[in-house]
Design a protein around this ligand. Structure first.
Ligand SMILES: [Cu+2]
Length: 185
């Protein structure tokens, strides 16, 4: 229960940060542009109040199931529930193409470019207070502690135009959500 309490406190603090106001750019929907979806499967009936909104297709991963799959006895690092993911997790784009990013889940996520993949803004979800022997992820500097940048709320979208080259994106809340976007020269 202690873990749940710590997580609830952390996430409640995070909700306060969100409520202060994160501006999310909205853009027109176009039909054939490259897309990536930020997905989860949170069950609004069992997740702490305010974390998981009821969408048109609510998830059915209970909060207990989510917590149970954060760690594995075969790893010293947090694993994370695989339903919390970027889909696809690898994209090839032509130069000049616009990438449309949509939060198709029930929780808030970020799609944050990082120089190197690492931990996010929420210590618990980096593995702090994990099972004995857990080594927490080192926080990525692009994911400020307790204050993830550019949160996309469920249903929100943003369009990104990326320079040629490789781009690493992660969710600053759930650091196992990752994608690489390769933009051709
Ligand atoms: Cu996330």
């Amino acid at each position: 229960m202690r873990k749940v309490r710590i997580l609830t406190y952390g996430l409640t603090a995070l909700l306060c940060v969100w409520s202060i106001g994160t501006t999310v750019a909205r853009a027109q929907v176009k039909s054939k542009e490259p897309r990536v979806a930020l997905l989860d499967n949170c069950d609004p009936n069992t997740f702490p109040a305010g974390l998981c909104v009821v969408t048109a297709h609510p998830g059915d991963t209970t909060f207990a199931e989510f917590l149970a799959l954060l760690f594995s006895p075969l790893s010293t690092a947090i694993i994370g529930h695989p339903a919390w993911r970027f889909q696809p997790s690898y994209l090839d784009l032509e130069a000049g193409e616009i990438l449309r990013v949509t939060n198709g889940g029930g929780e808030a996520h970020t799609f944050t470019e990082v120089a190197a993949f690492g931990g996010g803004s929420i210590p618990f979800l980096n593995g702090v207070h994990g099972p004995a022997g857990t080594i927490p992820l080192t926080q990525a500097p692009e994911c400020p502690l307790e204050a993830p940048p550019a949160v996309l709320s469920p249903g929100d979208s943003v369009n990104l135009k990326l320079s040629p080259g490789l781009h690493n994106f992660m969710c600053c809340i759930h650091p196992w959500m990752r994608a690489v976007v390769d933009v051709e020269e």
